[in-house]
Ligand binder design. Structure first.
Ligand SMILES: Cc1ncc(COP(=O)(O)O)c(C=O)c1O
Length: 343
């Protein structure tokens, strides 16, 4: 058996999702007439405490239409240094939205209010937007607390800026903190979350915010080619995701934590337990003399696929296809790796 832990985007739709697809009522969503999409959008907005929602094919498109709807071309947008929007969304914030990114470093994703204040006061271009990310992917699935988000939001409001949340894994964060998502999203003007990834829908994300904001986002979605017509067959899976798949994310978070603690106890391969806060575990090959490519190769040779994180780490992401047997196999692979490489 190969345990594929490269991402939670690898999840397959559940049987209930496949049945919901077959039964979905559909209409032309560009006319606003797909009842299943309309239902998902309303449900999503209620879940995060916003006026309206917009179904989009991907998280990347959701972040992009949100940024375009909050800003004008030439504006500066502030992001945390390791933001997914900056590193993995192929520069669309600049090439498509015409925005100038300004990056603020942080330890695990929470922009410090003082650093934000300083960045705004030094800014020559109009700075209209701050983007947060929760959970924070490149920091290893770290979780921003409501207090950390509130602190950013307060500075942003004082400087006339909006706050957008890249909440691709918002529900992993909420479940990890044991709070309703609104406890986090009340501190932002807009939020994008994915019903794909850990929630297991095959496609889709929802952007939520005020009615005006969503009206603008809807136009930008059309401009970007995201008007999907009878996509209620897909949105039906998003409804199942929100109704049935949120609470079980606690299992993924718990398994990731247990895996990380076991790896730490074994010694050898490195793991920073302070960063294991949701469903991701980043293991470091440096103590065994392995760089990222070598570590990924050696894990794969032992039946575990992970994603290389240069210079010397591999990211393992727990999703619903990983039960105790799969996690047990990863532990055995790590034991074998330690035996082979520990000097
Ligand atoms: C934090 C974060 N934001 C946004 C996205 C983009 O989502 P999509 O792949 O649906 O475009 C991802 C995807 O992995 C992500 O991890």
């Amino acid at each position: 058996m190969v345990v594929d832990m490269r991402s939670d985007t690898l999840t397959h739709p559940t049987d209930e999702m496949r049945r919901a697809m077959a039964a979905a009522d559909v209409g032309d969503d560009v006319y606003g007439e797909d009842p299943t999409i309309n239902r998902l959008e309303a449900m999503a907005a209620a879940r995060v405490g916003k006026e309206a929602g917009l179904y989009v094919p991907t998280g990347s498109m959701g972040n992009l239409v949100a940024m375009m709807s909050h800003t004008q071309r030439g504006d500066q947008v502030i992001l945390e240094y390791e933001a997914h929007i900056y590193h993995h969304e192929v520069g669309a914030l600049s090439s498509v939205a015409g925005l100038l990114p300004r990056l603020i470093p942080s330890d695990y994703g929470a922009i410090a209010p003082a650093a934000l204040r300083a960045a705004v006061s030094q800014a020559y271009p109009r700075t209209s937007l701050v983007c947060l990310e929760n959970t924070h992917n490149r920091h290893g699935g770290t979780v921003l607390t409501a207090a950390e988000m509130a602190a950013v939001s307060e500075v942003a409001a004082g400087a006339g800026m909006k706050v957008h949340l890249d909440g691709a894994r918002l529900f992993n964060a909420a479940v990890a903190l044991g709070v309703e998502p609104t406890v986090l999203t009340r501190h932002v003007d807009s939020v994008m979350f994915c019903v794909s990834k850990g929630l297991s829908a095959p496609v889709g994300s929802v952007v939520c915010g005020t009615k005006d904001f969503i009206g603008r986002a809807r136009s930008f979605r059309k401009a970007l080619g995201g008007g999907m017509r009878q996509a209620g067959v897909l949105a039906a899976c998003g409804i199942v995701a929100l109704e049935k798949m949120v609470d079980r994310l606690a299992e993924d978070n718990m398994r990731a934590r247990r895996l990380a603690e076991t790896i730490a106890d074994l010694g050898g391969l490195g793991v920073d337990l302070s960063r294991v806060q949701s469903n991701m575990v980043v293991v470091n090959g440096a103590p065994l003399g392995l760089d990222a490519a070598a570590l990924a190769r050696e894990l794969a040779a032992r039946g575990v696929k992970g994603g290389g994180r240069p210079p010397s780490s591999v990211r393992l992401v727990v999703n619903r296809h990983h039960g105790d047997a799969e996690i047990g196999q990863v532990v055995e692979a790590v034991k074998d790796l330690n035996r082979a490489f520990r000097s």
